[in-house]
Design a protein around this ligand. Sequence first.
Ligand SMILES: [Zn+2]
Ligand SMILES: [Zn+2]
Length: 239
Amino acid sequence: MRLLVKSYRQLRETLRNQANGYCLLCRQPTQAPRLCYDCQKYLCSRENRCQLCATPLAGEQTICGHCQLKPPPWQRLVVAAHYRGSIIEMVQRLKFKHQSLYAPVLADLLLNSLRGAEPLPELLLPVPLHWRRRLKRGYNQAELIARHLGRALDIPLDTKSLVRHRSTRPQSDLDRQQRRKNLKGAFHFTQVEAQHIALVDDVITTGSTLREICRLLGGHKIKTIQLWVPCYTPPKKLR
Ligand SMILES: [Zn+2]
Ligand SMILES: [Zn+2]
């Protein structure tokens, strides 16, 4: 009960800040809808990064040497902010404290990074949660982010064709081989009309879940897969 009151108070404070035109992060007055422009700038790195694994690159290069030699099973990775500091707090509030209003905040950060990332996909597929976890959380945060992106960019959202029909252990406790085993057969995909899609998730850490989904989609008539993920950890883990 105490927990419920606490999260209600947090939500009320956040909503009050938002309604009054204050930045959700630094609480300064702002004209921007959710985060002030300074916070947006601070959170989103502007460095040139590999379009496949987000490694910082020097000069005009677009793909790092590693990805040129061993390309991942996707054609583009779009990220916005390092998963650290205030970003971790926002994601945790979104995932564990029922504060779904952070989903559009993360989506907005990604929208900035998507400028110039044409061609845009025909369909957005959020990374699904197992139904039990979704029921417990009340929503799938990836779906909320994707919904906001879809509305902003006029791209349809599909929440039915990709499903997680097996519950899996948290990936963070496992090594690479165990992760692969843990995810094997966890997802099911029903063929869609679209050939160019984007998978949407909240955070990319090791990329093993997205890799498994790409492997599954590879067996269908999908020509290009983009990954749209607002937060990312240091990209070496993605390799
Ligand atoms: Zn701010
Ligand atoms: Zn790379």
